[in-house]
Design a binder for this molecule. Structure first.
Ligand code: ADP
Length: 449
């Protein structure tokens, strides 16, 4: 039974809707309403037919029976014929309802549901048609009411029409029905207009979003491409620069060795500056190469025990700076899945900065800790160094950005840029909080896998 019902529903729905419409069009919903109406009206029309047959027998009016059968057969054609257009089907249904209404009005007068049918047809038409048809239905109602007024006035009829109503009472009753029809036609379309506006807005926003998304994707692709080109460029340039630089250093060295005796103090100083400059240039190129390598040469993620990693790094810093040996502590660090070389570089840079940027009055202390959130590990590398003015919190992560001269602190300005790149490639962020004179805390997050 259930199967038959769902097959029946499916067929009617298919025959009474337009497959080309989509849910953002009012016409789609009007058609859905129409198909649902047809689906339920067919079984429900039995309820109307049984009393119709009874009435037609008791009142000896076979025309009532004929009208009932006209409506039911129209329903059946609408439901099961797949060749007639949906709009024509709607018109057929409305027309058959009008036929029944007129018959009911003529033969049953105020006993029958004729006037109620008039109002129902208008409500129905307002729901399933656009406004032009709804207004037409009010006009048709008006014409029907006027015609019946004439029938009563000129005493043309044979049915109970003339008996039931005097002209005045007909005008009073029917004008109220017309009034309600007008109200219906005025109000219900407002709802549909509002809905249509909402759908239009939704469509427009979706369209704009799609366009923006497409543009964004294009820009992202271009950006990625440019970035790749830039990294490749940096790699090639730094690689190629190393050779002439090596020659400058080696020939300067030879010059110094061979002519040290003949050269005066000034010339030796110049050679020293040239070699020192070449040495710094070499460090810059090394760091630039390191930067371009992050995520390029090494990208395979592995499980890393961070406690072991920090122990390893500690050995490298187990030397005295000034006459103070740095103290590096780490609390309960987790095991994470990440690119080992990159993560080592990250911790190395942050720890070495914590030890380097000191004013010499304190023993350098660097502590490393970690907290877990739902999706990330948040690490903190805290030192007791000179601190960083807040206006530089963002800038220090840029390539070559330094806050001090070489004579104050050695360095290339690449360390934090490398840290940022590593963190970004692990789906995280890096930032700093600091108090000048007291120390800095570098925070970074890494995505858990
Ligand atoms: P480098 O140390 O090679 O100069 P970095 O990129 O590591 O380059 O650091 C950029 C600048 O940020 C440094 O020149 C320094 O002024 C500042 N800085 C970095 N770390 C610290 C720190 N722990 N304490 C104070 N200043 C720091």
């Amino acid at each position: 039974m259930k199967k038959i019902w769902s097959r029946y529903k499916e067929t009617v729905q298919k025959n009474c809707t337009d497959q080309e419409l989509d849910e953002t069009q009012i016409a789609y919903w009007r058609n859905s309403l129409f198909s649902v109406t047809v689906i339920y009206l067919i079984p429900l029309s039995v309820i109307a037919i049984v009393p119709g047959v009874y009435m037609s027998i008791t009142t000896n009016l076979p025309i009532l029976l004929a009208a009932d059968f006209l409506v039911v057969s129209t329903f059946l054609v609408i439901a099961f014929n797949g060749h007639i257009s949906v709009n024509t089907k709607k018109l057929m249904l409305t027309a058959s309802l009008y036929v029944v209404t007129v018959v009911l009005l003529y033969y049953l007068g105020s006993f029958g549901p004729g006037l109620l049918y008039l109002l129902s047809i208008t409500i129905f038409a307002t729901l399933i048609f656009d406004i032009r048809y709804a207004i037409s239905s009010v006009v048709i109602n008006l014409i029907i009411c006027i015609v019946f007024a004439l029938i009563i006035y000129f005493d043309w009829g044979t049915g109970p029409m003339n008996v039931q109503y005097g002209l005045n009472s007909w005008i009073a009753v029917s004008s109220n029905v017309i009034f309600m029809c007008v109200v219906t036609v005025l109000l219900i379309p407002k709802l549909f207009n509002g809905l249509q506006k909402a759908f239009d807005n939704k469509n427009r926003i979706e369209k704009e979003l799609k366009l923006n998304q497409a543009e964004l994707n294009k820009s992202l692709d271009q950006l990625e491409e440019k970035n790749r080109e830039l990294v490749d460029f940096a790699y090639t340039i730094s690689h190629d620069l190393k050779e002439p630089l090596r020659m400058i250093r080696s020939f300067m060295g030879r010059l110094k060795m061979k002519y040290e005796e003949q050269l005066d103090e000034q010339a030796l100083k110049y050679i020293h500056f040239a070699m020192d400059g070449a040495q710094r240039m070499n460090s810059l190129i090394d760091d630039l190469l390191e930067y371009s390598r992050v995520g390029r040469l090494h990208f395979k993620k592995e499980m890393i025990n961070l406690n072991d990693l920090i122990d390893e790094i500690k050995q490298d810093f187990n030397v005295e700076t000034g006459n103070k040996k740095p103290v590096i502590t780490a609390e309960n660090l987790p095991e994470i899945k990440a690119v080992p070389i990159s993560i080592k570089l990250l911790f190395q840079n942050l720890i070495s900065n914590g030890i380097k940027y000191q004013n010499g009055s304190r023993t350098p202390e660097v502590s490393i800790s970690c907290e877990a959130t739902e999706r990330h590990w948040i690490f903190k590398v805290k030192d007791n160094g000179i601190g960083i003015p807040s206006e530089y919190y963002d800038q220090i992560f840029n390539i070559f950005k330094r806050l001090h001269s070489i004579s104050e602190f050695s360095g290339t300005g690449m360390g934090l840029a490398i840290c940022k790149k590593v963190v970004t490639q692990h789906g995280g962020e890096i930032w700093v909080e600091s108090e000048e004179g007291l120390g800095s805390s570098f925070y970074f997050s890494l995505q858990k896998n």
